[in-house]
Design a protein. Structure first.
Length: 624
C-alpha cells in the first residue's frame, strides 16, 4: 500500500525489454533532439542489459535474439556514445553475423527502423499497397477487419513503405551482408500491388486450390491498380487522417510507444517538420512513458497504470481492506475518472454502442479493452450504498462487456468480431499473431469469472452459456488452454478454470477434470510451476525448468477453486509460493506477460504483488 501514488494510482513498471528504448533513441537522434542527458541515459540502459556473450535477449535463458540485438546494436551506434571498435559492439556484431545478419531479422518494427534510416532497402515484407485503406467494408477484406493494434501500426508503416521514406543516419551499420540477403533498390521497383498479389498467390498455390477470398481480393487490388493518381493520393490522405484522429491528449498514437514512433516518421514522410507541434507533443508523450528502473531508464510501450491500479484495489479488497479505506477510496476515484465516454473504433461492430469501458494506460481515452474493464469493475463493485453516478458507471461498464462478446461466444481483447483468419496470411511478419483479435481462453475465462464472482451470474444466463461453450470448444487435447496475453498455457488454463468455477461448473465435468490433471502433471519438483516464453512460438507447452511466482500463483488459484480440502499439490505449491516471494531472481523477474510471440514479452512488476495475494486470500478463505 505504501507504493500508492498521491493520485490513487499504482505506477509500477511495464518492462517490455530494450527494443522500444532503442527505437526511441534512434528517433531522438534522427530528430536532432537536444536533451543529451536523456540520450545518454537510454544509451547506458541498453548497454547495461547486454548479455556477457554479446547479445540481447527477450527473456532469461534465451541464447540471444537477433532482432533485439540488431535494435540495441544500432541504437548504441546511432547514439554516438559507442564506437564500432568498442568491445561491446564488436561482440554484438559477431553475434549478429553468426545469426545470419540483417537478412534474418524477423521483427517488422526492426526492419522498418532500419529501412527508414537508410540502413537497408525497404523490405518486401511490408509491401502491401496503401490502397488497401480504400477497400470497401462490403468486400472480402477491408482495413477495419485488422485488429486495432495491427491497424494503428500498419497505417504509418504502409505510408512509410509506400513512399520508401528515408531519413539518412550518419552512423552506418557497417555489417557485411551475405549475397542476396537484402534486396537492392532496383529489385524493389515492381508495383506494390503486384508484389502483394504475388505474395498471396504463393499462399494460394501452396494451398493447391482456388480460394474465393483470395480471388476477390486480387480482383479488388487489380481494380485499384488501374485507377488514377488521385485515388492513390486519397489513400495517403486517409492514412494520415487515420493517425491524426487517434492521437491521445498526451500526443501519443493510441497510447502505444511503438505506434507513436512510427507515426512521427510517417508524418515526416508527409512533409511535417521535425519541430511540428504534433511531433513535439508526441515526443513529450513518449517521455511520460519512461520508467527509471534499477538498470536504468526504459521506455514502456504502454504503461499499465489502470490495469495495475484496478487489480491491486481488487486484491486488497479481497484481503479484507474496506473499500471505504482511504487507500481504496483514492484508487477507485481514479478508476472512475478513467471510464471512457467516447465511441471509438470498437463501436463499429456493436449494434447499439454505449461507451463505458476502461483502457490499459493512464493516457488511454479511446481504446478500451475487456480485461481492463472487468478489472476496474471488480475493484469498483456495485453496492446498494453507491451514488447514482457510481451505479451508472457500473451499469455502463457491464453493458459494454456484454456488447463485446464475439459471435462465437468468447471474448476478444479490444474489438468484437475481428476474426477474419485470412488476414493471418497477409505478407507481413507476425501477421498470424497480430492481424486479428479473436476470442481467447484468458479473456473469456476471466470475463466468466467476473460475471460469476462479482455479478452473480451462472449457467442459466445466455452470455455465460455461450462463453462456456466456446471454452469447451477451444480446449486442447491435453486438457490445457492457450492464453494469448500471458505465458501461456498455464495462463490460459488458469483463466479458463477459474472462470468455469465462478459460474458453477462442476469438477467432475470432463473439461475441468482433464485440465486439473494437466496442471498436476506439470508441477515442478520444488512444488511450483513455471513455463518458458518459448511456448507461444512453439504453440505447445514448454517447461521453464524452474518456478515463477506468477505461474505458481495462477496454478494454485485454479486448483483451490475446485478443491474441498488442501491436496498434496496445493500444500507443496503453497510452500513454494511463500519461498518464491522471498527468493527474487528469475522467480520474480521472468516475463509472464505476452504481447507478440517471439518478439514482445512483458515483466509486470505488479504481478509479484497481485497474484500471490489473491491466491493466499483464496486459500485462507476456503481452508482457514
Amino acid at each position: 500500500m505504501h507504493l500508492q501514488q498521491a493520485d490513487g494510482t499504482w505506477r509500477l513498471c511495464f518492462d517490455n525489454g530494450t527494443s522500444t528504448s532503442a527505437y526511441f533513441l534512434i528517433l531522438l537522434k534522427m530528430l536532432d533532439y537536444p536533451n543529451e542527458k536523456l540520450l545518454r541515459q537510454l544509451h547506458q540502459t541498453i548497454l547495461n542489459l547486454q548479455h556477457a556473450d554479446g547479445y540481447w535477449q527477450l527473456y532469461p535463458g534465451e541464447k540471444g535474439n537477433l532482432s533485439a540485438t540488431v535494435d540495441a546494436y544500432y541504437a548504441l551506434l546511432v547514439s554516438g556514445y559507442s564506437k564500432p571498435t568498442d568491445a561491446s559492439l564488436v561482440q554484438a556484431k559477431e553475434y549478429i553475423m553468426r545469426a545470419g545478419g540483417l537478412g534474418n531479422v524477423t521483427n517488422v518494427l526492426s526492419k522498418v527502423m532500419l529501412a527508414v534510416t537508410g540502413q537497408v532497402a525497404w523490405p518486401l515484407s511490408v509491401s502491401i499497397p496503401l490502397e488497401i485503406l480504400l477497400l470497401p467494408p462490403a468486400g472480402p477484406l477491408h482495413f477495419g477487419q485488422f485488429s486495432s493494434y495491427a491497424r494503428v501500426h500498419l497505417a504509418p508503416i504502409l505510408l512509410l513503405s509506400n513512399k520508401k521514406f528515408i531519413i539518412k543516419s550518419p552512423y552506418p551499420l557497417q555489417l557485411r551482408e551475405p549475397a542476396g540477403s537484402i534486396p537492392r533498390e532496383d529489385e524493389l521497383d515492381e508495383d506494390y500491388a503486384l508484389q502483394f498479389l504475388n505474395s498471396i498467390s504463393k499462399f494460394q498455390n501452396a494451398d493447391s486450390r482456388e480460394i474465393p477470398f483470395l480471388s476477390s481480393l486480387k480482383y479488388g487490388i487489380y481494380q485499384l491498380q488501374g485507377l488514377p493518381e488521385q485515388l492513390h493520393q486519397s489513400a495517403v490522405t486517409k492514412a494520415e487522417q487515420y493517425m491524426l484522429e487517434r492521437i491521445e491528449p498526451d500526443g501519443t498514437l493510441y497510447s502505444y510507444a511503438t505506434s507513436t514512433i512510427l507515426m512521427i516518421f510517417a508524418l515526416m514522410s508527409l512533409g511535417y517538420a521535425k519541430d511540428d507541434p504534433r511531433i513535439s507533443k508526441a515526443i513529450e508523450g513518449l517521455k511520460s512513458m519512461l520508467y527509471d528502473t534499477e538498470v536504468g531508464l526504459i521506455l514502456q510501450n504502454s504503461p499499465s497504470t489502470v490495469w495495475d491500479t484496478a487489480l491491486l484495489s481488487h486484491a486488497l479488497q479481497q484481503a479484507g481492506v474496506s473499500r471505504f479505506d482511504n487507500t481504496l477510496v483514492r484508487a477507485n476515484a481514479y478508476l472512475l475518472s478513467k471510464q471512457q465516454h467516447k465511441l471509438g473504433d470498437w463501436a463499429q461492430e456493436v449494434s447499439t454502442p454505449v461507451a463505458g469501458g476502461w483502457g490499459f494506460s493512464d493516457s488511454n481515452t479511446i481504446h478500451p479493452d475487456v480485461d481492463d474493464t472487468t478489472a476496474a469493475l471488480r475493484a469498483l463493485k456495485s453496492g446498494t450504498s453507491d451514488s447514482p453516478e457510481r451505479l451508472e458507471a457500473w451499469n455502463r461498464g457491464l453493458q459494454w462487456i456484454f456488447s463485446m462478446q464475439n459471435k462465437d461466444g468468447g471474448w476478444p481483447a479490444f474489438e468484437r468480431n475481428r476474426t477474419n483468419k485470412w488476414l493471418e496470411y497477409v505478407p507481413i511478419d507476425g501477421a498470424k499473431s497480430a492481424a486479428i483479435d479473436p476470442s481467447t481462453a484468458d479473456l473469456t475465462g476471466r470475463t466468466l469469472e467476473f460475471l460469476g464472482e462479482t455479478c452473480g451470474l451462472d449457467l442459466r444466463h445466455a452470455f455465460v452459456k455461450r462463453g462456456i461453450h466456446w471454452l469447451k470448444q477451444a480446449q486442447r487435447e491435453d486438457g490445457s488452454w492457450y492464453g494469448r496475453w500471458g505465458i501461456c498455457y498455464i495462463y490460459g488454463t488458469w483463466a479458463a478454470l477459474t472462470g468455469l468455477a465462478a459460474v458453477g461448473a462442476d469438477r467432475e465435468q470432463a473439461p475441468v477434470s482433464k485440465a486439473i490433471q494437466w496442471l498436476r502433471d506439470i508441477q515442478n519438483k520444488d512444488g511450483g510451476w513455471g513455463e518458458s516464453c518459448r511456448s507461444d512460438v512453439k504453440r505447445e507447452y514448454a517447461a521453464l525448468g524452474s518456478s515463477t511466482l506468477s505461474h505458481t500463483a495462477w496454478t494454485l488459484d485454479a486448483l483451490i477453486s475446485y478443491a474441498d480440502t488442501p491436496s498434496l499439490e496445493i500444500t507443496t505449491g503453497l510452500r513454494c509460493l511463500l519461498a518464491l516471494m522471498d527468493q527474487g531472481g528469475d522467480a520474480t523477474a521472468y516475463p509472464t506477460g505476452a504481447g507478440l510471440p517471439g518478439n514482445f514479452y512483458i515483466r509486470y512488476e505488479s504481478y509479484n504483488y497481485i497474484w500471490p495475494l489473491i491466491t493466499l486470500v483464496k486459500y485462507r478463505d476456503k481452508f482457514g
